[in-house]
Ligand binder design. Structure first.
Ligand SMILES: [Zn+2]
Length: 188
């Protein structure tokens, strides 16, 4: 229930089910404009180079100073793949090749769909880019699991590491449950 005012006329809205609709919508009480709210797409990329995985340390909230794979919200005019490539370039200053779909993760509590790709480094260059204080390659056994930013990247990375050992990659679709109690403990 995040919308308070009509984006057409500025009048206040109320959440109600329009006729024939099964969902609550923010309906303007003056011009009756119906605001539809739908999930956002996040594109992410697991980058491997010589058995190591590239992570960036976040300089912004949420989960500031935690590590994550390059990831971010999709922009208008992008494909999921071009969005992932852009995030990689922005956050860890890297170019990638052999980009392949790895997983689709539904974060229903946040109304987000995360599209994970896997890729390889196309040139040896990388570094800390926007919203990133440090970029580093980690051996699987060195990944700082307790200091990772989001449950979705932990889930994706754990499967990636399992599959990279066998060399047999799959594409999976999963729902990610956010444990809010665990997140509160993180924040203490
Ligand atoms: Zn209105």
């Amino acid at each position: 229930m995040s919308i308070q005012f009509c984006n057409q006329c500025g009048h206040s809205v109320q959440y109600q089910k329009p006729e024939g609709d099964d969902f609550l919508r923010a309906v303007c009480q003056k011009c009756f404009y119906v605001h539809y709210e739908n999930p956002l797409i996040v594109n992410a990329c697991i980058i491997e180079h010589q058995g190591r995985i590239l992570l960036g340390k976040r300089t912004i909230e949420p989960r500031k100073n935690c590590w994550n794979v390059p990831a971010g919200f999709m922009e208008n005019g992008e494909s999921t793949r071009s969005g992932a490539i852009r995030e990689v370039k922005e956050e860890v200053l890297a170019d990638v090749k052999n980009i392949t779909l790895f997983g689709v993760y539904n974060v229903i509590q946040r109304s987000q769909v995360h599209i994970y790709f896997r890729a390889e480094l196309d040139s040896p260059d990388f570094g800390a880019g926007a919203e990133t204080s440090e970029a580093r390659f980690f051996l699987p056994e060195d990944i700082p699991w307790d200091n990772m930013a989001f449950p979705v990247s932990i889930t994706a990375l754990k499967r990636y590491i399992k599959e990279m050992k066998s060399g047999d990659f799959s594409i999976k679709e999963e729902d990610i449950l956010i444990d809010y109690e665990m997140l509160r403990q993180f924040d203490r």
